[in-house]
Ligand binder design. Sequence first.
Ligand SMILES: [Zn+2]
Length: 166
Amino acid sequence: MLKAPARPTRAPSIEAPLVEAQLAELHRAMRTTFGPRVASTALAEAGRRAAAELLRAIPLPERERRLSLPRTASTAMLLAFLRRHSGRFAAERRFTARGGTSPVLIIAANPLCDPPTRGERVCAWHEALFETLFQALVSPGARVRETTCLAQGDAECRFEVTFEEG
Ligand SMILES: [Zn+2]
C-alpha cells in the first residue's frame, strides 16, 4: 500500500523571504496561467505591496522631509536606498541606476523576467515597486515605465522615471 507523502509539519513562515528561483517561478507561472495582461495587474499590486514593505525602513517624518527636497537630491537618496536593498528586487550587481532629472534604473539579467520569447515587456512588478517608492520619497507625480525588457529580446530591463508637474 502506498503511503501518503509526508506533510510538512509547519507551513513556511510568511516572514521568510522567498528565494529568487521560487519567486521567478511564481512570476512566470502567473504570466503563463493568467496571460500577461491579467498577470500584470496582479504583479503590479504585489510590487506596490513590496514597496510598502521596503518603505517601513524609513520613518514617516523622514519620508515627508525627502518629498520637500529638490527632486535630484531625493532621487539620489532613493537610488542609494535601492542599491542597499537591491537584494530584495534583483541580485546584487545586477542593479544599476542613474539619477539626475530623468532617472533610469536598470536590471541586467533580471531573474523575474521571461525568456526573450514573449515579444513584450512583462516586468510590471518592478515597474510598480519603483513607481511606488518614487511617489513616496521623491514626488507624488512620479511615473515609472519599463522601456526595454529581456522578454522582448532587449539586453536588459530598463525603467525610466518621469515626473508629472503639479
Ligand atoms: Zn523586463
